[in-house]
Design a protein around this ligand. Structure first.
Ligand code: UD1
Ligand code: MG
Length: 460
C-alpha cells in the first residue's frame, strides 16, 4: 500500500528572495513592494507560505530592506531577514540565508518575492515529493508566452536542467514548460548543492536554476511538478504587474461568486486582498473595493460605488455612485444613495442618506432621514468635530450641521438651516433667514434691468 508522505512531520524552512534591483520595473521602490489587490506582492507570497506548514521563513533583502521586511512580517510565521549585499543572482541570493539553512531542516523551499499568485497547494505538493525521496523539486508551468522564463529540460520524467532564456538554444526556447522560480530542495543536502553553483553563463550570475544540474552530478534525484500558470506568473515589469493583478482579481471574484455572491459584470468589479462579501450580497457593475471592506448578507452595492475601510451590515443599500471612506459603518438596512460621501461615521439601522450628502465624523441614529445636500461641517481648519443625530430625526434638505453639534431623537431641522446649537429631542429647528415677499417687486426690477440694457446699446 502506498503511503501519502506526511509533510507536517517534516521540518521546513522557506527562503524568500526579495533582494533584486527590480531594474525592469523602472521604479523608485523594490518591485516586491508594488501592490497586488491592495497589498505588497511580498505579503501575498508570505500568506501562501503560512499555509504550507513551514516553521520559519528566511527573507533575503537588498534594496528597501526595511520596508520589504516590514511588508513580509506576519504574526503566524517567524521571519528572519538576511542582507544580500551584492546582487549576483538568485543562486547567490539563497546563500545569503546560509545561517538559516545551516540550522538543518528536512525541507528547504525557495520562493520568489515576485511570484505573488502562488498558493500553498503547489508548495505542499513539492514538499510531498521531497518526503518521497526526490532531492530537487521544481514547480513548473506550461504557457503560451514562455518569453523571459527559464525552460525545463525533461527526459524520461526526470528534470535534467533549467535553461535561462539568454543561454538557451533555439530548440530549447521552443519549449513551453517553464520554471515558475519556486523549488523544494532536500534540506540536508541544500548547502552542498548551492555552494557548487558557478556563474559561467550569459549574465555572469549565480543562477539558482543550476542547482538541478549540480544535484544530478552529485547523484541527486531532480524532477519538475506542474502547477497552473495562474499561480506562477512572475512580475518583472509593469505590464506583468497588471497581468498578475487581473489574474488575482479573476480568481478572487470567481471564489466569491462560488461562495454565493452575485456579480452582474464581474470583470468590472475590483476587490482587495481582504474584501469580505457574505452570501447573497449583490454587486452591480463598476464597483471598487479598497482594503478593509466587509459586506454582510443581502446588502446591495449599486453601480459605480467606491468603498474603503467600510462595514456594510445586512440588507443595506449603497449607491449608485456612493463613496464609503474609512470608518464608514452602515447598520442593517441603512441606505446611502447617489453622490453621498461617508467618512468615519455610524449610520444607524434603517437610516437613510439618499442624495448628494457629506457625512463625516458623525453618529446617526436608527431610522433617521438625512435630506439631500446635507453637510456635516466637521472640520474647523484645525480639528475634526463630531455630529450626533438622534433616532428618527429628520434633517431637511441642504442643511449645514456645524460640529460639534447634537440633534436629538425625533428632532426636525428645517431645509437650508445652518445649525450651530444643539437641538433637543422632538424639537424643530429653523436656522435660516425668514422669507420676505415683496408684491410686484420682481416686475419693477425686470423693467429697470431691461431699460439699463437698452441704454448700454451703441447708437446707430
Ligand atoms: C527567474 C528564474 C527563471 C524563472 C523566473 C520565474 C533564475 C536564474 N531564473 O528569472 O528561471 O523562470 O524567475 O519568474 O533563477 N533576486 C535576489 N537577488 C538577486 C537576484 C534576484 O534576491 O541577486 C530575487 C528577485 O528580487 C526576485 C527573484 O529573486 O524576487 C527572481 O529574480 P528575477 O531577476 O526576477 O529572475 P527572473 O529573471 O524572473
Ligand atoms: Mg522574476
Amino acid at each position: 500500500m502506498s503511503q501519502i508522505p506526511d509533510t507536517q512531520a517534516r521540518s521546513c524552512l522557506a527562503v524568500v528572495l526579495a533582494a533584486g534591483e527590480s531594474t525592469r520595473m523602472k521604479s523608485s521602490v523594490s518591485k516586491v513592494l508594488h501592490p497586488v489587490a491592495g497589498r505588497p506582492m511580498i505579503a501575498h507570497v508570505m500568506e501562501a507560505l503560512a499555509g504550507a506548514d513551514i516553521e520559519a521563513a528566511a527573507l533575503v533583502v537588498g534594496r528597501d530592506a526595511d520596508a520589504v521586511a516590514a511588508a513580509a512580517r506576519r504574526a503566524d510565521l517567524p521571519v528572519s531577514t538576511h542582507l544580500q549585499t551584492q546582487r549576483l543572482g538568485t543562486g547567490h541570493a539563497v546563500l545569503a540565508a546560509r545561517e538559516a539553512i545551516a540550522k538543518g531542516y528536512d525541507d528547504v523551499i525557495v520562493v520568489f518575492g515576485d511570484t505573488p499568485l502562488i498558493t500553498a497547494g503547489p508548495l505542499k505538493a513539492a514538499r510531498a515529493r521531497l518526503a518521497a525521496g526526490d532531492d530537487v523539486v521544481v514547480i513548473g508551468f506550461r504557457t503560451e508566452r514562455p518569453t523571459g522564463y527559464g525552460r525545463l529540460i525533461i527526459e524520461n520524467d526526470a528534470l535534467l536542467a533549467i535553461r535561462e532564456e539568454k543561454d538557451a538554444s533555439e530548440a530549447e526556447r521552443a519549449i513551453t514548460y517553464c520554471n515558475g522560480g519556486l523549488m523544494a530542495i532536500n534540506g540536508r543536502r541544500a548547502l552542498a548543492f548551492l555552494d557548487a553553483i558557478g556563474n559561467d553563463n550569459a549574465k555572469g550570475e549565480y543562477y539558482l536554476t543550476d542547482v538541478v544540474e549540480v544535484a544530478r552530478a552529485a547523484g541527486g534525484k531532480t524532477i519538475a511538478i506542474e502547477a497552473p500558470e495562474t499561480e506562477l506568473m512572475g512580475c518583472n515589469n509593469r505590464a506583468e504587474l497588471a497581468a498578475i493583478e487581473a489574474a488575482w482579481q479573476a480568481r478572487r471574484r470567481h471564489a466569491l461568486m462560488i461562495s454565493g455572491v452575485s456579480m452582474i459584470a464581474p470583470e468590472t468589479v475590483f476587490l482587495s486582498y481582504d474584501t469580505e462579501l457574505e452570501q447573497d450580497v449583490l454587486v452591480e457593475p463598476n464597483v471598487v473595493f479598497g482594503p478593509g471592506v466587509t459586506v454582510e448578507r443581502d446588502a446591495v452595492i449599486h453601480a459605480f460605488s467606491h468603498l474603503e475601510g467600510a462595514h456594510v451590515a445586512a440588507g443595506a443599500n449603497v449607491g449608485p455612485f456612493a463613496r464609503l471612506r474609512p470608518g464608514a459603518h452602515l447598520g442593517p438596512n441603512a441606505k446611502v444613495g447617489n453622490f453621498c460621501e461617508i467618512k468615519k461615521s455610524d449610520i444607524g439601522a434603517g437610516a437613510k442618506v439618499s442624495h448628494l450628502t457629506y457625512i463625516g465624523d458623525a453618529v446617526i441614529g436608527p431610522e433617521a432621514n438625512i435630506g439631500a445636500g446635507t453637510v456635516t461641517c466637521n472640520y474647523d481648519g484645525v480639528n475634526k468635530h463630531v455630529t450626533r443625530i438622534g433616532a428618527k430625526a429628520f434633517i431637511g434638505s441642504n442643511a449645514s450641521l456645524v460640529a460639534p453639534v447634537t440633534i436629538g431623537d425625533g428632532a426636525l431641522i428645517a431645509s437650508g438651516s445652518v445649525i450651530t446649537d444643539d437641538v433637543p429631542d422632538d424639537a424643530a429647528a429653523f436656522g435660516r433667514a425668514r422669507q420676505a415677499n415683496k408684491p410686484g417687486h420682481a416686475k419693477v426690477l425686470r423693467e429697470r434691468y431691461l431699460a439699463e440694457k437698452a441704454a448700454r446699446k451703441p447708437k446707430a
